[in-house]
Design a protein around this ligand. Structure first.
Ligand code: 5GP
Length: 205
């Protein structure tokens, strides 16, 4: 067994997941974030290999048929997938790996790796979520209602996760996320694997 932990983190859009994950990586250098493959076009400011590996549908489908994704899903009409090879390599190295994926992907990962730790980020209320999804007020009511419905669809899966972080105040939510990661590391089986020398006294007494 490897000494690393596998985390999946999911949230409805508007919960602040990407911001929180970015802050987590800044504060906890031991966490490795997987860069997913997607058929979604890059948004302004997004760079190949940083937020995503941007690929066309044909490439995605060939990779999928070769079994190169450990999980994949269609979200809002685009395909997303996690590299099986990348995950295997970093898990084998005993690293703590984080997958920022949706509930469908989280289910597939949990099935294959039963020790997966699920973290879900919630907005403080539906009203606040709707307010955040309205953004700068440039979108039609129709578009906003579709976003809210999509967010509710994700939230319905919250009880499949181990930790729930309510993002009302960003610094508090970051503290909670760091605590979830650190407390997972402190669980007995992991501590035994990481610090065999400390546990050796049990055998000699
Ligand atoms: P966005 O296009 O806004 O970056 O992401 C849309 C949704 O797709 C988010 O919920 C995000 O977590 C999810 N997502 C991103 N990468 C993956 C992936 O590799 N697999 C799955 N299943 N979902 C992903």
């Amino acid at each position: 067994m490897s000494a690393g932990n596998l985390f999946v983190i999911a949230a409805p859009s508007g919960a602040g997941k990407t911001t929180l994950v970015g802050m987590l990586l800044g504060q906890d250098p031991l966490v490795r974030l997987s860069v997913s493959y997607t058929t979604r076009p890059p948004r302004p400011g997004e760079k190949e290999g940083v937020q995503y590996h941007f690929i066309d549908i044909q490439t995605f489908l060939s990779m999928r048929s070769r079994g190169e994704f450990v999980e994949w899903a269609e979200v809002h009409g685009n395909f997303y997938g996690t590299s099986r090879a990348w995950l295997a390599q970093h898990m084998a190295a005993g690293e703590d790996v984080l997958l920022e994926i949706d509930w469908q992907g989280a289910q597939q990962v949990r099935e294959q790796f039963p020790g997966t730790i699920g973290i879900f980020i919630l907005p403080p209320s539906i009203e606040e979520l709707e307010h955040r999804l309205r953004g700068r007020g440039q979108d039609s009511d129709d578009v906003i209602q579709r976003r809210v419905a999509g967010a509710l669809g994700e939230i319905r899966h919250v009880d499949e996760f181990d930790f729930v972080i309510i993002n009302k105040d960003l610094q508090t939510a970051l503290g909670d996320l760091l605590a979830a990661v650190r407390s997972t590391r402190l669980r007995l089986p992991r501590q035994r694997e990481r610090h065999p020398d400390v546990f050796r006294f049990l055998e000699s007494h």
